[in-house]
Design a protein around this ligand. Structure first.
Ligand SMILES: [Zn+2]
Length: 565
Protein backbone atom coordinates (compact mmCIF):
# COMPACT_ATOMS: atom_id res chain seq x y z
CA UNK A 1 0.00 0.00 0.00
CA UNK A 2 1.28 3.45 -0.87
CA UNK A 3 1.35 6.39 1.44
CA UNK A 4 -1.76 8.35 0.56
CA UNK A 5 -2.38 12.02 1.09
CA UNK A 6 -5.47 14.00 1.80
CA UNK A 7 -8.36 13.53 -0.66
CA UNK A 8 -6.77 10.45 -2.17
CA UNK A 9 -9.04 7.49 -2.89
CA UNK A 10 -9.09 4.60 -0.39
CA UNK A 11 -6.25 2.05 -0.62
CA UNK A 12 -6.25 -0.25 -3.66
CA UNK A 13 -9.18 1.66 -5.14
CA UNK A 14 -9.47 3.35 -8.52
CA UNK A 15 -11.53 6.50 -8.35
CA UNK A 16 -13.26 7.92 -11.43
CA UNK A 17 -15.15 11.22 -11.34
CA UNK A 18 -17.15 12.67 -14.21
CA UNK A 19 -16.63 16.41 -13.98
CA UNK A 20 -18.64 17.16 -17.14
CA UNK A 21 -20.41 15.55 -20.08
CA UNK A 22 -22.28 12.84 -18.18
CA UNK A 23 -25.97 13.75 -18.05
CA UNK A 24 -25.46 16.60 -20.53
CA UNK A 25 -23.94 17.21 -23.95
CA UNK A 26 -20.67 19.14 -24.05
CA UNK A 27 -17.77 20.06 -21.72
CA UNK A 28 -16.52 16.51 -21.39
CA UNK A 29 -14.05 15.96 -18.59
CA UNK A 30 -13.24 13.02 -16.34
CA UNK A 31 -10.70 12.54 -13.56
CA UNK A 32 -9.11 9.16 -12.85
CA UNK A 33 -7.18 8.70 -9.60
CA UNK A 34 -5.22 5.95 -7.93
CA UNK A 35 -3.26 6.52 -4.75
CA UNK A 36 -1.52 9.88 -5.14
CA UNK A 37 -1.92 10.30 -8.88
CA UNK A 38 -4.78 11.85 -10.80
CA UNK A 39 -5.05 12.14 -14.57
CA UNK A 40 -7.67 14.16 -16.42
CA UNK A 41 -9.31 12.89 -19.60
CA UNK A 42 -10.39 15.75 -21.91
CA UNK A 43 -11.15 19.35 -20.95
CA UNK A 44 -14.16 20.49 -22.93
CA UNK A 45 -16.37 23.55 -23.10
CA UNK A 46 -19.99 24.17 -23.82
CA UNK A 47 -21.49 27.23 -25.53
CA UNK A 48 -23.99 29.44 -23.68
CA UNK A 49 -27.69 29.98 -24.26
CA UNK A 50 -28.85 33.41 -25.47
CA UNK A 51 -30.23 34.13 -21.96
CA UNK A 52 -26.74 34.18 -20.45
CA UNK A 53 -25.63 37.73 -21.28
CA UNK A 54 -21.92 38.44 -21.41
CA UNK A 55 -21.03 34.76 -21.23
CA UNK A 56 -18.76 33.43 -23.97
CA UNK A 57 -18.00 29.92 -22.80
CA UNK A 58 -18.96 27.43 -20.15
CA UNK A 59 -16.33 25.18 -18.56
CA UNK A 60 -16.75 22.56 -15.82
CA UNK A 61 -16.31 23.60 -12.20
CA UNK A 62 -12.67 22.89 -11.36
CA UNK A 63 -12.94 22.80 -7.57
CA UNK A 64 -12.33 19.06 -7.42
CA UNK A 65 -9.08 19.37 -9.40
CA UNK A 66 -8.02 22.44 -7.42
CA UNK A 67 -8.33 20.45 -4.18
CA UNK A 68 -5.94 17.88 -5.68
CA UNK A 69 -3.41 20.38 -6.91
CA UNK A 70 0.08 18.93 -7.12
CA UNK A 71 -1.24 15.43 -7.72
CA UNK A 72 -2.81 15.99 -11.15
CA UNK A 73 -0.04 14.54 -13.28
CA UNK A 74 -1.36 14.58 -16.86
CA UNK A 75 -4.11 15.78 -19.14
CA UNK A 76 -5.02 13.24 -21.82
CA UNK A 77 -7.01 14.35 -24.87
CA UNK A 78 -9.07 12.08 -27.11
CA UNK A 79 -9.63 14.44 -30.06
CA UNK A 80 -9.81 18.05 -31.22
CA UNK A 81 -13.47 19.01 -30.85
CA UNK A 82 -14.30 22.03 -28.67
CA UNK A 83 -16.34 19.92 -26.26
CA UNK A 84 -13.11 17.98 -25.55
CA UNK A 85 -10.31 20.57 -25.80
CA UNK A 86 -11.97 24.01 -25.47
CA UNK A 87 -11.26 24.13 -21.73
CA UNK A 88 -7.56 23.20 -21.89
CA UNK A 89 -6.34 26.76 -21.09
CA UNK A 90 -8.46 26.76 -17.91
CA UNK A 91 -7.44 23.27 -16.76
CA UNK A 92 -3.75 23.41 -17.70
CA UNK A 93 -2.69 25.60 -14.73
CA UNK A 94 -3.98 22.85 -12.40
CA UNK A 95 -1.97 20.10 -14.11
CA UNK A 96 1.63 19.32 -13.10
CA UNK A 97 2.66 17.35 -16.11
CA UNK A 98 2.26 16.81 -19.80
CA UNK A 99 -0.74 17.06 -22.12
CA UNK A 100 -1.00 13.95 -24.29
CA UNK A 101 -2.85 13.97 -27.59
CA UNK A 102 -2.44 13.11 -31.25
CA UNK A 103 -0.60 15.66 -33.44
CA UNK A 104 -3.81 17.12 -34.90
CA UNK A 105 -5.48 17.43 -31.50
CA UNK A 106 -2.45 19.23 -30.06
CA UNK A 107 -2.18 21.51 -33.11
CA UNK A 108 -5.77 22.60 -32.45
CA UNK A 109 -4.91 23.23 -28.78
CA UNK A 110 -1.94 25.47 -29.59
CA UNK A 111 -3.86 28.56 -30.79
CA UNK A 112 -5.96 28.37 -27.60
CA UNK A 113 -2.82 28.53 -25.47
CA UNK A 114 -1.64 31.51 -27.50
CA UNK A 115 -4.95 33.32 -26.98
CA UNK A 116 -4.60 32.84 -23.24
CA UNK A 117 -0.97 33.94 -23.07
CA UNK A 118 0.09 30.37 -22.32
CA UNK A 119 2.40 29.85 -25.32
CA UNK A 120 5.23 29.06 -22.89
CA UNK A 121 3.31 25.97 -21.87
CA UNK A 122 3.31 24.50 -25.38
CA UNK A 123 6.43 22.51 -24.42
CA UNK A 124 4.12 20.38 -22.29
CA UNK A 125 2.19 19.17 -25.32
CA UNK A 126 3.34 15.61 -25.96
CA UNK A 127 2.23 14.08 -29.28
CA UNK A 128 1.28 10.41 -29.27
CA UNK A 129 0.31 7.95 -31.99
CA UNK A 130 -2.22 5.13 -31.86
CA UNK A 131 -0.89 2.08 -29.98
CA UNK A 132 1.63 4.27 -28.13
CA UNK A 133 1.72 3.66 -24.39
CA UNK A 134 2.75 6.33 -21.89
CA UNK A 135 3.27 5.86 -18.17
CA UNK A 136 1.97 8.32 -15.59
CA UNK A 137 2.49 7.14 -11.99
CA UNK A 138 0.54 3.88 -11.56
CA UNK A 139 -1.15 4.25 -14.96
CA UNK A 140 -0.12 2.99 -18.41
CA UNK A 141 -2.18 4.87 -20.93
CA UNK A 142 -2.63 3.27 -24.33
CA UNK A 143 -4.06 5.12 -27.31
CA UNK A 144 -6.43 3.30 -29.67
CA UNK A 145 -7.40 4.64 -33.08
CA UNK A 146 -11.12 5.37 -33.46
CA UNK A 147 -13.05 6.96 -36.34
CA UNK A 148 -15.18 10.10 -35.93
CA UNK A 149 -16.04 13.23 -37.96
CA UNK A 150 -12.45 14.48 -37.83
CA UNK A 151 -9.09 12.70 -38.26
CA UNK A 152 -6.65 11.63 -35.56
CA UNK A 153 -9.14 10.61 -32.84
CA UNK A 154 -8.32 8.08 -30.15
CA UNK A 155 -9.96 6.06 -27.41
CA UNK A 156 -7.97 5.30 -24.25
CA UNK A 157 -7.15 2.03 -22.56
CA UNK A 158 -5.82 2.86 -19.11
CA UNK A 159 -4.06 0.00 -17.39
CA UNK A 160 -4.30 0.48 -13.61
CA UNK A 161 -3.29 -1.63 -10.59
CA UNK A 162 -6.93 -2.86 -10.27
CA UNK A 163 -7.52 -3.56 -13.95
CA UNK A 164 -7.89 -1.98 -17.37
CA UNK A 165 -10.46 0.69 -18.09
CA UNK A 166 -11.44 1.90 -21.55
CA UNK A 167 -12.71 5.38 -22.42
CA UNK A 168 -14.11 5.38 -25.97
CA UNK A 169 -13.96 9.14 -26.54
CA UNK A 170 -16.30 10.13 -29.41
CA UNK A 171 -16.44 7.44 -32.04
CA UNK A 172 -18.27 5.69 -34.81
CA UNK A 173 -17.13 2.58 -36.64
CA UNK A 174 -16.26 3.79 -40.13
CA UNK A 175 -14.88 0.74 -41.93
CA UNK A 176 -13.93 2.72 -45.04
CA UNK A 177 -12.55 5.94 -43.57
CA UNK A 178 -11.41 8.60 -46.03
CA UNK A 179 -7.91 8.68 -44.56
CA UNK A 180 -7.65 4.88 -44.48
CA UNK A 181 -7.09 4.92 -40.73
CA UNK A 182 -9.68 2.49 -39.46
CA UNK A 183 -11.04 2.03 -35.98
CA UNK A 184 -8.67 -0.37 -34.15
CA UNK A 185 -11.33 -3.02 -33.46
CA UNK A 186 -8.64 -5.67 -33.28
CA UNK A 187 -7.02 -4.07 -30.25
CA UNK A 188 -10.38 -3.51 -28.56
CA UNK A 189 -11.04 -7.25 -29.01
CA UNK A 190 -7.60 -8.21 -27.64
CA UNK A 191 -8.15 -6.05 -24.57
CA UNK A 192 -11.61 -7.56 -24.19
CA UNK A 193 -10.17 -11.05 -24.30
CA UNK A 194 -7.68 -10.17 -21.56
CA UNK A 195 -10.43 -8.69 -19.44
CA UNK A 196 -11.58 -5.09 -19.05
CA UNK A 197 -12.71 -3.85 -15.66
CA UNK A 198 -14.78 -0.91 -16.88
CA UNK A 199 -15.69 0.84 -20.11
CA UNK A 200 -16.96 4.41 -20.44
CA UNK A 201 -18.87 4.68 -23.72
CA UNK A 202 -20.11 7.50 -25.98
CA UNK A 203 -23.93 7.54 -25.86
CA UNK A 204 -24.64 10.44 -28.27
CA UNK A 205 -26.44 8.43 -30.96
CA UNK A 206 -27.78 5.47 -28.97
CA UNK A 207 -31.30 6.53 -30.04
CA UNK A 208 -30.50 5.86 -33.69
CA UNK A 209 -31.05 2.30 -34.88
CA UNK A 210 -28.63 0.55 -37.21
CA UNK A 211 -25.22 1.83 -38.23
CA UNK A 212 -24.31 5.50 -38.68
CA UNK A 213 -22.42 4.77 -41.86
CA UNK A 214 -19.12 5.85 -43.28
CA UNK A 215 -18.27 9.44 -44.07
CA UNK A 216 -18.28 8.16 -47.65
CA UNK A 217 -22.09 7.82 -47.70
CA UNK A 218 -22.35 11.55 -48.45
CA UNK A 219 -20.20 11.07 -51.56
CA UNK A 220 -23.06 10.04 -53.86
CA UNK A 221 -25.26 13.03 -53.06
CA UNK A 222 -22.33 15.43 -53.42
CA UNK A 223 -21.21 13.86 -56.70
CA UNK A 224 -24.65 14.52 -58.08
CA UNK A 225 -24.51 18.13 -56.91
CA UNK A 226 -21.08 18.66 -58.44
CA UNK A 227 -22.30 17.14 -61.70
CA UNK A 228 -25.47 19.22 -61.93
CA UNK A 229 -24.87 22.55 -60.13
CA UNK A 230 -25.00 25.20 -62.87
CA UNK A 231 -23.18 27.94 -60.95
CA UNK A 232 -21.17 28.36 -57.82
CA UNK A 233 -21.35 25.66 -55.17
CA UNK A 234 -21.32 26.91 -51.58
CA UNK A 235 -21.12 24.34 -48.79
CA UNK A 236 -21.64 25.42 -45.17
CA UNK A 237 -20.07 23.07 -42.64
CA UNK A 238 -18.46 22.94 -39.20
CA UNK A 239 -14.85 24.06 -39.28
CA UNK A 240 -13.88 20.85 -37.48
CA UNK A 241 -15.43 18.58 -40.15
CA UNK A 242 -12.07 17.85 -41.71
CA UNK A 243 -13.10 14.56 -43.34
CA UNK A 244 -15.98 16.35 -45.08
CA UNK A 245 -13.55 19.04 -46.21
CA UNK A 246 -11.24 16.44 -47.75
CA UNK A 247 -14.12 14.74 -49.55
CA UNK A 248 -15.26 18.08 -50.99
CA UNK A 249 -11.75 19.08 -52.02
CA UNK A 250 -11.33 15.72 -53.82
CA UNK A 251 -14.62 16.26 -55.65
CA UNK A 252 -13.58 19.80 -56.58
CA UNK A 253 -10.41 18.37 -58.15
CA UNK A 254 -12.41 15.72 -59.99
CA UNK A 255 -14.96 18.25 -61.29
CA UNK A 256 -12.41 20.94 -62.01
CA UNK A 257 -13.46 23.56 -59.49
CA UNK A 258 -11.23 25.83 -57.40
CA UNK A 259 -11.74 25.79 -53.64
CA UNK A 260 -12.01 28.84 -51.38
CA UNK A 261 -12.28 28.62 -47.58
CA UNK A 262 -14.42 31.44 -46.19
CA UNK A 263 -14.73 32.28 -42.50
CA UNK A 264 -12.01 32.63 -39.87
CA UNK A 265 -12.32 29.27 -38.11
CA UNK A 266 -12.49 27.37 -41.42
CA UNK A 267 -9.40 29.11 -42.72
CA UNK A 268 -7.52 28.46 -39.47
CA UNK A 269 -8.49 24.78 -39.21
CA UNK A 270 -7.82 24.07 -42.88
CA UNK A 271 -4.34 25.58 -42.50
CA UNK A 272 -3.57 23.51 -39.41
CA UNK A 273 -4.85 20.33 -41.08
CA UNK A 274 -2.84 20.98 -44.25
CA UNK A 275 0.31 21.61 -42.25
CA UNK A 276 -0.11 18.18 -40.61
CA UNK A 277 -0.98 16.40 -43.85
CA UNK A 278 -4.53 15.84 -42.63
CA UNK A 279 -6.04 17.84 -45.49
CA UNK A 280 -4.46 17.31 -48.88
CA UNK A 281 -5.09 19.93 -51.53
CA UNK A 282 -3.21 19.63 -54.84
CA UNK A 283 -1.25 22.71 -55.89
CA UNK A 284 -3.29 25.33 -57.73
CA UNK A 285 -6.67 24.14 -56.44
CA UNK A 286 -7.04 26.43 -53.45
CA UNK A 287 -7.76 30.10 -54.07
CA UNK A 288 -8.20 33.01 -51.67
CA UNK A 289 -11.60 34.63 -51.17
CA UNK A 290 -10.24 37.92 -52.55
CA UNK A 291 -9.52 36.17 -55.86
CA UNK A 292 -12.97 34.63 -56.27
CA UNK A 293 -14.10 37.42 -58.57
CA UNK A 294 -11.61 36.37 -61.24
CA UNK A 295 -13.13 32.88 -61.62
CA UNK A 296 -16.37 31.91 -63.32
CA UNK A 297 -19.08 30.86 -60.87
CA UNK A 298 -19.26 27.30 -62.24
CA UNK A 299 -15.53 26.86 -61.61
CA UNK A 300 -15.75 27.53 -57.89
CA UNK A 301 -16.47 25.66 -54.65
CA UNK A 302 -16.79 27.82 -51.53
CA UNK A 303 -16.53 26.15 -48.13
CA UNK A 304 -18.10 28.52 -45.62
CA UNK A 305 -18.83 28.91 -41.92
CA UNK A 306 -22.40 29.60 -40.84
CA UNK A 307 -24.17 26.22 -41.05
CA UNK A 308 -26.03 27.19 -37.86
CA UNK A 309 -27.30 30.54 -39.17
CA UNK A 310 -24.89 32.54 -36.99
CA UNK A 311 -25.61 36.17 -38.03
CA UNK A 312 -21.94 37.19 -38.38
CA UNK A 313 -20.70 34.03 -40.10
CA UNK A 314 -19.67 33.94 -43.77
CA UNK A 315 -22.82 32.29 -45.13
CA UNK A 316 -25.18 34.68 -43.31
CA UNK A 317 -23.28 37.62 -44.75
CA UNK A 318 -23.39 36.22 -48.26
CA UNK A 319 -27.13 35.63 -47.83
CA UNK A 320 -27.81 39.33 -47.38
CA UNK A 321 -25.14 40.59 -49.83
CA UNK A 322 -23.01 41.79 -46.93
CA UNK A 323 -19.91 39.72 -47.79
CA UNK A 324 -16.94 41.45 -49.37
CA UNK A 325 -16.12 38.78 -51.92
CA UNK A 326 -19.16 36.58 -52.42
CA UNK A 327 -22.64 37.59 -53.53
CA UNK A 328 -25.22 34.87 -54.01
CA UNK A 329 -26.51 34.66 -57.60
CA UNK A 330 -29.57 32.84 -59.01
CA UNK A 331 -27.54 29.90 -60.35
CA UNK A 332 -25.75 29.24 -57.06
CA UNK A 333 -26.30 26.09 -55.04
CA UNK A 334 -25.99 26.37 -51.26
CA UNK A 335 -25.60 23.20 -49.22
CA UNK A 336 -26.09 22.95 -45.44
CA UNK A 337 -23.78 20.05 -44.65
CA UNK A 338 -24.19 19.83 -40.87
CA UNK A 339 -26.89 18.89 -38.44
CA UNK A 340 -28.80 21.86 -37.06
CA UNK A 341 -28.15 22.15 -33.36
CA UNK A 342 -31.47 22.43 -31.48
CA UNK A 343 -32.24 26.10 -30.86
CA UNK A 344 -30.69 27.28 -34.14
CA UNK A 345 -33.60 26.34 -36.43
CA UNK A 346 -35.03 29.87 -36.66
CA UNK A 347 -31.70 31.45 -37.50
CA UNK A 348 -31.01 28.80 -40.16
CA UNK A 349 -34.48 29.30 -41.68
CA UNK A 350 -33.84 33.05 -41.84
CA UNK A 351 -30.62 32.55 -43.79
CA UNK A 352 -32.37 30.09 -46.12
CA UNK A 353 -35.09 32.67 -46.83
CA UNK A 354 -32.51 35.23 -47.88
CA UNK A 355 -30.73 32.69 -50.07
CA UNK A 356 -34.01 31.65 -51.67
CA UNK A 357 -34.90 35.26 -52.34
CA UNK A 358 -31.67 35.54 -54.35
CA UNK A 359 -32.70 32.55 -56.42
CA UNK A 360 -30.11 30.13 -55.03
CA UNK A 361 -31.13 26.52 -54.80
CA UNK A 362 -30.83 25.25 -51.24
CA UNK A 363 -29.86 21.73 -50.29
CA UNK A 364 -30.44 20.69 -46.69
CA UNK A 365 -30.10 17.46 -44.78
CA UNK A 366 -33.11 15.88 -46.54
CA UNK A 367 -30.57 14.91 -49.22
CA UNK A 368 -27.79 12.71 -47.85
CA UNK A 369 -25.23 15.48 -47.50
CA UNK A 370 -24.45 14.95 -43.82
CA UNK A 371 -23.57 11.93 -41.74
CA UNK A 372 -22.95 11.90 -38.00
CA UNK A 373 -19.58 11.24 -36.39
CA UNK A 374 -21.10 9.21 -33.57
CA UNK A 375 -21.93 5.52 -33.63
CA UNK A 376 -25.56 4.36 -33.73
CA UNK A 377 -27.02 1.50 -31.70
CA UNK A 378 -25.45 -1.36 -33.66
CA UNK A 379 -21.96 0.17 -33.50
CA UNK A 380 -22.29 0.65 -29.75
CA UNK A 381 -23.38 -2.98 -29.47
CA UNK A 382 -20.46 -4.15 -31.58
CA UNK A 383 -17.91 -2.42 -29.38
CA UNK A 384 -19.60 -3.75 -26.23
CA UNK A 385 -19.47 -7.27 -27.71
CA UNK A 386 -15.77 -6.97 -28.39
CA UNK A 387 -14.77 -5.47 -25.06
CA UNK A 388 -17.29 -7.15 -22.72
CA UNK A 389 -16.36 -4.97 -19.75
CA UNK A 390 -17.14 -6.13 -16.20
CA UNK A 391 -18.69 -2.71 -15.55
CA UNK A 392 -20.16 -0.42 -18.20
CA UNK A 393 -20.67 3.31 -17.62
CA UNK A 394 -22.47 5.27 -20.36
CA UNK A 395 -21.10 8.80 -20.88
CA UNK A 396 -21.56 11.74 -23.33
CA UNK A 397 -25.30 12.27 -23.31
CA UNK A 398 -28.30 13.43 -21.37
CA UNK A 399 -29.71 11.05 -18.80
CA UNK A 400 -32.19 9.50 -21.24
CA UNK A 401 -29.36 8.60 -23.65
CA UNK A 402 -27.26 7.21 -20.80
CA UNK A 403 -30.18 5.15 -19.58
CA UNK A 404 -30.92 3.82 -23.09
CA UNK A 405 -27.23 2.97 -23.58
CA UNK A 406 -27.36 1.12 -20.25
CA UNK A 407 -30.30 -0.98 -21.50
CA UNK A 408 -28.51 -1.74 -24.76
CA UNK A 409 -25.40 -2.79 -22.85
CA UNK A 410 -27.39 -5.05 -20.53
CA UNK A 411 -28.85 -6.84 -23.58
CA UNK A 412 -25.45 -7.29 -25.19
CA UNK A 413 -23.61 -8.39 -22.05
CA UNK A 414 -26.33 -10.67 -20.64
CA UNK A 415 -25.36 -13.45 -23.05
CA UNK A 416 -22.00 -14.58 -21.63
CA UNK A 417 -20.97 -16.70 -18.66
CA UNK A 418 -19.49 -13.78 -16.71
CA UNK A 419 -21.35 -11.20 -14.72
CA UNK A 420 -21.63 -7.63 -16.07
CA UNK A 421 -23.11 -4.53 -14.48
CA UNK A 422 -24.15 -1.16 -15.80
CA UNK A 423 -23.46 1.86 -13.62
CA UNK A 424 -25.64 4.86 -14.49
CA UNK A 425 -23.69 7.83 -13.25
CA UNK A 426 -24.06 11.59 -13.60
CA UNK A 427 -21.66 14.49 -13.30
CA UNK A 428 -20.22 14.60 -9.81
CA UNK A 429 -20.68 10.93 -9.00
CA UNK A 430 -17.51 9.49 -7.51
CA UNK A 431 -17.06 5.92 -8.76
CA UNK A 432 -14.89 3.46 -6.88
CA UNK A 433 -13.51 0.36 -8.53
CA UNK A 434 -11.52 -2.49 -7.06
CA UNK A 435 -10.38 -5.54 -9.00
CA UNK A 436 -13.84 -7.08 -8.48
CA UNK A 437 -16.25 -4.31 -7.48
CA UNK A 438 -17.59 -1.06 -8.89
CA UNK A 439 -20.03 1.40 -7.31
CA UNK A 440 -21.01 5.02 -6.83
CA UNK A 441 -19.27 5.93 -3.59
CA UNK A 442 -19.81 9.64 -3.15
CA UNK A 443 -20.19 13.04 -4.68
CA UNK A 444 -17.72 15.62 -5.96
CA UNK A 445 -18.42 19.33 -6.42
CA UNK A 446 -19.38 19.90 -10.04
CA UNK A 447 -21.18 22.58 -11.98
CA UNK A 448 -20.70 25.10 -14.71
CA UNK A 449 -18.34 28.03 -14.68
CA UNK A 450 -19.34 30.80 -17.04
CA UNK A 451 -16.47 32.55 -18.77
CA UNK A 452 -16.59 36.12 -19.98
CA UNK A 453 -13.63 36.40 -22.34
CA UNK A 454 -13.36 40.21 -22.07
CA UNK A 455 -13.05 39.97 -18.28
CA UNK A 456 -10.73 36.99 -18.52
CA UNK A 457 -12.47 35.45 -15.62
CA UNK A 458 -15.33 33.59 -14.21
CA UNK A 459 -18.86 34.88 -14.03
CA UNK A 460 -20.41 33.35 -10.96
CA UNK A 461 -24.12 32.78 -10.53
CA UNK A 462 -24.45 35.91 -8.49
CA UNK A 463 -22.94 38.14 -11.17
CA UNK A 464 -25.15 36.54 -13.74
CA UNK A 465 -28.19 37.09 -11.54
CA UNK A 466 -27.17 40.70 -11.04
CA UNK A 467 -26.87 41.17 -14.75
CA UNK A 468 -30.24 39.65 -15.21
CA UNK A 469 -31.57 42.08 -12.61
CA UNK A 470 -30.26 45.19 -14.31
CA UNK A 471 -26.99 45.72 -12.50
CA UNK A 472 -23.45 44.45 -13.03
CA UNK A 473 -22.67 45.98 -16.39
CA UNK A 474 -26.22 47.18 -16.61
CA UNK A 475 -28.82 47.01 -19.27
CA UNK A 476 -29.25 49.23 -22.26
CA UNK A 477 -32.58 49.39 -24.03
CA UNK A 478 -32.39 50.88 -27.52
CA UNK A 479 -35.66 52.08 -28.94
CA UNK A 480 -35.28 52.32 -32.69
CA UNK A 481 -38.11 53.69 -34.80
CA UNK A 482 -38.10 52.52 -38.41
CA UNK A 483 -40.24 53.63 -41.31
CA UNK A 484 -42.73 50.87 -42.11
CA UNK A 485 -42.20 51.21 -45.87
CA UNK A 486 -38.50 51.96 -46.28
CA UNK A 487 -37.13 50.48 -43.06
CA UNK A 488 -35.12 53.69 -42.67
CA UNK A 489 -34.56 55.30 -39.30
CA UNK A 490 -37.23 57.73 -38.11
CA UNK A 491 -35.37 60.15 -35.84
CA UNK A 492 -32.36 59.29 -33.64
CA UNK A 493 -32.51 56.04 -31.62
CA UNK A 494 -33.41 56.50 -27.98
CA UNK A 495 -31.27 54.79 -25.39
CA UNK A 496 -32.22 54.04 -21.80
CA UNK A 497 -30.01 52.36 -19.25
CA UNK A 498 -30.23 50.79 -15.83
CA UNK A 499 -27.28 49.80 -13.76
CA UNK A 500 -24.54 51.33 -15.90
CA UNK A 501 -22.67 53.27 -13.25
CA UNK A 502 -21.76 56.46 -15.09
CA UNK A 503 -22.15 60.23 -14.56
CA UNK A 504 -25.27 61.80 -16.08
CA UNK A 505 -23.31 64.20 -18.34
CA UNK A 506 -20.97 61.49 -19.54
CA UNK A 507 -23.96 59.24 -20.08
CA UNK A 508 -25.79 61.64 -22.36
CA UNK A 509 -22.64 62.10 -24.48
CA UNK A 510 -22.03 58.37 -24.57
CA UNK A 511 -25.62 57.65 -25.56
CA UNK A 512 -25.62 60.31 -28.27
CA UNK A 513 -22.56 58.62 -29.80
CA UNK A 514 -24.15 55.20 -29.38
CA UNK A 515 -27.30 56.45 -31.13
CA UNK A 516 -25.14 57.75 -33.98
CA UNK A 517 -23.35 54.39 -34.26
CA UNK A 518 -26.71 52.62 -34.53
CA UNK A 519 -27.92 55.15 -37.11
CA UNK A 520 -24.75 54.61 -39.18
CA UNK A 521 -25.13 50.85 -39.00
CA UNK A 522 -28.73 51.07 -40.16
CA UNK A 523 -27.84 53.43 -43.00
CA UNK A 524 -25.26 50.92 -44.19
CA UNK A 525 -27.84 48.12 -44.57
CA UNK A 526 -29.62 47.15 -47.76
CA UNK A 527 -33.38 47.44 -48.29
CA UNK A 528 -33.65 43.67 -48.00
CA UNK A 529 -31.78 43.58 -44.69
CA UNK A 530 -34.06 46.33 -43.41
CA UNK A 531 -37.09 44.25 -44.31
CA UNK A 532 -35.88 41.46 -42.00
CA UNK A 533 -36.69 42.57 -38.47
CA UNK A 534 -34.91 39.63 -36.89
CA UNK A 535 -31.72 40.48 -38.72
CA UNK A 536 -32.02 44.22 -37.98
CA UNK A 537 -32.45 43.44 -34.29
CA UNK A 538 -29.21 41.40 -34.43
CA UNK A 539 -27.40 44.19 -36.27
CA UNK A 540 -28.46 46.82 -33.70
CA UNK A 541 -27.56 44.50 -30.81
CA UNK A 542 -24.18 43.71 -32.33
CA UNK A 543 -23.38 47.35 -33.03
CA UNK A 544 -24.23 48.47 -29.50
CA UNK A 545 -22.35 45.61 -27.87
CA UNK A 546 -19.28 46.53 -29.86
CA UNK A 547 -19.72 50.22 -29.12
CA UNK A 548 -19.99 49.82 -25.35
CA UNK A 549 -17.18 47.28 -25.17
CA UNK A 550 -14.89 49.65 -27.06
CA UNK A 551 -15.88 52.83 -25.25
CA UNK A 552 -16.44 51.60 -21.70
CA UNK A 553 -14.83 48.16 -21.58
CA UNK A 554 -18.18 46.85 -20.33
CA UNK A 555 -20.70 44.47 -21.76
CA UNK A 556 -24.15 45.62 -20.78
CA UNK A 557 -27.10 43.48 -21.69
CA UNK A 558 -28.38 45.15 -24.88
CA UNK A 559 -32.08 44.92 -25.60
CA UNK A 560 -33.02 46.43 -28.95
CA UNK A 561 -36.67 47.36 -29.39
CA UNK A 562 -37.40 47.96 -33.08
CA UNK A 563 -40.67 49.74 -33.76
CA UNK A 564 -42.22 50.16 -37.18
CA UNK A 565 -43.83 53.55 -37.46
ZN1 LIG B 1 -16.20 14.86 -31.14
Amino acid sequence: MTDQGQNAPPADTLEVVALGGVGEFGMNMMAVSYADTTIVIDAGVMFPDPDQPGVDLIVPDLTWLRERRGRVKALVLTHGHEDHIGGVPYVLPLVDGPVYGTPLTLALVEPKLEEHGLSDESGRLMPVRPRDVVTVGPFSIEFLRVTHSMPDCVALAIHTPVGTIIHTGDFKIDQTPLDGEACDLQRFAELGAKGVLAMFGDSTNVDRPGFTGSERVVLGAFEELFATAPGRLVVALFSSSLHRMQLLVDLAVQFDRKVAFIGRSLVQNSEIAQRLGRLRIPAGVQIRDVDLASFAAEDVLCLATGSQGEPRAALSRMAVSDHRYVTIEPDDTVVFSARSIPGNEKAIARVMNHLARRGASIVDSARRIHVSGHGSEEELKLLLSLVRPRFFVPVHGEYRQLSRHGEVASQVLAGGPDRHDVILAENGNVLHFTATTGRIAGHAPVGRVLIDVTRLGEVNDEVLRDRRHLSGDGVVVAVVGLNRQTGQLVGPPELLSRGMVIEPDAESRLFADAGQAVADAITATSAEQRADQGLMTEIVRDELRRFFKKRTGRRPLVLPALLEI
